[in-house]
Write a protein that binds this ligand. Structure first.
Ligand code: UDP
Length: 349
């Protein structure tokens, strides 16, 4: 089996590529290295997943069995501040990718969607029948593609599984791959940086929500569990072509304060916090019902919040060594590919 993974050098993508390779899948990665820089495995093509010329070249030389589409702009906060970038990247570029897939007869698409499509939920835990009503551009761009996929299935026979991620978190249990962004906005990596002493404190965005302790509640799901769902989804559409949607969460929600308490327990460090006003675009609570994924994909999360934090803490402590190693690798002969548009060849850089 040969799979194209967009965003395969990013946080989730790096775990995904490693898992696929372990399963004997032939993996090609396309990544523009805008936010991800950790993947060391698989064949990597440097470029944008929406670049038609590049996609033409790749699809005309490689015969893929499917595409796992992880690359996206994915910060809720940023999407509220700069929606244009989100519509261009998450919508326009994804439509380009789908165009090329259809042209070359690649009919299996696994799409990383998000719980942000639900907006402010009416009931908990949220199942896939819950109404969709995104309250931020990020969620809306993902919903647009989910809906497009339904029509593309009818018109072009493109089969898809949209996986609605709740809060992706954690690191590989051994701590060798994890989250590392130039500008970090996600809760768990920020708290761990405070625990490590490289950030002064954590700002809690909103303490007057209608929750037990006034802070937002989220369902944190381990990155390895998410990747496992992608491999199950690939098998599923082999047997059941169509356009499918599944929630990926654990069914347990934790408030910001509960996450802080767990970090304090796991790390033994005290977290200094300051209360701030609400962050734009943040729904109050998001907790998944994952029964549908369990029933159809046979998926269930193996890790809970404690393991998520323990693995992320292992990663955070390894981070300096990892950065050093990547720097050395960068200076060694590189293994990624760029596409030379003039010569119509791939060349190693
Ligand atoms: N959060 C916070 N302080 C931070 C970062 C996040 O209080 O520095 C809160 C945020 O408002 C949300 C939760 O933590 O309620 C999870 O945020 P994150 O950005 O990790 O994920 P999101 O739910 O936005 O995808």
């Amino acid at each position: 089996m040969k799979i194209l993974v967009t965003g395969g050098a990013g946080y989730i993508g790096s775990h995904m590529v490693r898992m696929l390779l372990e399963q004997g899948v032939d993996v090609v990665v396309i990544d523009n290295f805008s936010t991800g820089n950790w993947n060391e495995e698989g064949r990597i093509i440097e470029g944008n997943f929406g670049d038609m010329e590049l996609l033409e070249k790749i699809f005309s030389t490689e015969k893929f069995d499917g595409v796992i589409h992880l690359a996206a702009s994915s910060s809720v906060e940023e999407s509220v501040l700069h929606p244009v970038e989100y519509y261009k990247n998450n919508v326009l570029n994804t439509l380009n990718l789908l165009d090329v897939m259809i042209k070359y007869g690649v009919s299996k698409f696994i799409f990383s969607s998000t719980a942000a499509v639900y907006g402010e939920p009416d009931y908990f835990p949220i199942d896939e029948k819950h109404k969709v009503h995104p309250v931020n551009p990020y969620g809306q761009t993902k919903l647009f593609i989910e809906e497009t996929l339904k029509f593309y299935e009818e018109a072009y026979g493109l089969s898809s599984v949209s996986l609605r991620f709740f809060n992706a978190a954690g690191a590989s249990p051994c701590g060798s791959i994890g989250e590392n962004r130039a500008v970090e906005t996600h809760l768990i990596p920020i708290i761990l940086k405070v625990a490590k002493g490289i950030r002064k404190n954590l700002s809690i965005f909103g303490t007057n929500y209608n929750t037990k302790d006034g802070t937002c509640k989220r369902d944190y799901v381990h990155v390895s569990d998410l990747c496992n769902a992608h491999t199950l989804a690939l098998k599923y559409i082999d047997e059941k072509p169509g356009s499918h949607i599944f929630n990926l969460g654990t069914g347990s929600g934790y408030s910001v304060k509960e996450v802080i308490d767990t970090v304090e327990k796991v790390t033994g460090k005290e977290i200094t916090v300051e209360s701030k006003t609400r962050r734009a675009g943040d729904p109050e609570k998001l907790v998944a019902n994952y029964e549908k994924a369990f029933k159809h994909l046979g998926w269930k999360p193996l890790f809970g919040l404690k393991e998520i934090i323990q693995h992320s803490w292992n990663w955070e402590q390894n981070l300096q060594a990892q950065k050093q190693r990547m720097k050395m690798k960068k200076n060694a002969p590189a293994r990624s590919q760029t596409f030379d548009k003039q010569a119509l060849t791939f060349s190693a850089i």
